[in-house]
Design a protein around this ligand. Structure first.
Ligand code: MN
Length: 135
């Protein structure tokens, strides 16, 4: 895990994921596509890293030990320091009520597990481009 992002590198993505294998896979996919990646394995660490590193994007696993991804998202969105960082939820649940809960918490979108490589990268790119558009 790198915790000193290179300012000359690609966008920094904070990956919140408790499963080591998933975290490694996501890091490989993103790293191979020019992104810088920092991984947090649980909510408290994710909040801490989001505040200190100010990533361009957060990928939030919903099922985490302790505080779940929905609760972590709510905290990040209520904190002025992290409220502007877009959060994409990564969830194994595709039920409409569940999706609504994620959006209500402040996630801008979601991708389903198991992740599809193309869809995953496409969604990250789409969200980052939205952020860059002048308002
Ligand atoms: Mn998980």
């Amino acid at each position: 895990m790198s915790i000193s992002p290179d300012v000359s590198g690609g966008p920094l993505v904070l990956v919140v994921e408790d499963n080591e294998r998933n975290a490694r896979l996501t890091t490989e996919i993103l790293g191979g596509n020019g992104y810088q990646v920092v991984v947090a394995a649980e909510g408290r660490q994710a909040i801490e890293l989001a505040r200190t590193l100010q990533p361009q994007l957060i990928l939030m696993d919903v099922q985490l030990p302790g505080m779940d991804g929905v609760a972590v998202t709510r905290i990040l969105k209520r904190d002025a320091e992290t409220a502007e960082v877009p959060i994409i939820a990564v969830t194994a649940h595709a039920m409409p009520e569940h999706r609504k809960q994620l959006i209500d918490a402040g996630c801008c979108s979601y991708v389903s597990k198991p992740i599809s490589y193309c869809q995953f990268l496409g969604e990250i790119q789409r969200v980052l481009q939205l952020q860059q558009q002048p308002t």
